[in-house]
Structures are given as structure tokens and as C-alpha cells.
Design a binder for this molecule. Structure first.
Ligand code: FES
Length: 76
């Protein structure tokens, strides 16, 4: 599984760094290092809907540091 998260300035302001840290912690905590790969991208042209993120190419909307764990539990 591949998670791509935007680290462009718009998403940075919405907490993409914190989202990344929470994803890394989640992967480590669940022992998913060999199954889930986290990648970064620059602006994905989707700055309006929270932090821009995709999971296996599927856009996930309204991602924030507050809801990322819930989203991960739904997808993983
Ligand atoms: S800065 Fe993240 S989608 Fe534009």
C-alpha cells in the first residue's frame, strides 16, 4: 500500500507535517513497515480540502492531524 501526502506550502499550513508524523507512528506501532509505504509530493493541485493525501491512488479528502488515525484505521 502506498500513501502519498502533500508537503506543499498550502498543505504544510494545514498540518501535513503532523499528519506525516502520525502516519509514521501508526505504521511503526502496527508493525506495517513492509506493507505501507509513505511518500511525499509537492502541490497536488488540491489545496482546498485539508491536507492532500492519496492511498493507492485514491484521493482521501479532508485529512487533518485530528482525523488521520481514524482514516488509517478505515483503510488499513
Ligand atoms: S499544497 Fe498540497 S495540494 Fe496544494
Amino acid at each position: 500500500m502506498e500513501i502519498v501526502i502533500c508537503i506543499g506550502s498550502g498543505c504544510h499550513l494545514k498540518g501535513s507535517k503532523e499528519v506525516q508524523e502520525k502516519i509514521r507512528a501508526f505504521i511503526e506501532e502496527k508493525g506495517l513497515e513492509k506493507e505501507v509505504f509513505l511518500k511525499a509530493s509537492f502541490c497536488r493541485g488540491n489545496c482546498r480540502n485539508g491536507v492532500s493525501m492519496s492511498i493507492d491512488g485514491e484521493e482521501v479528502l479532508n485529512v487533518s492531524p485530528e482525523n488521520i488515525e481514524k482514516i488509517l484505521l478505515e483503510y488499513l
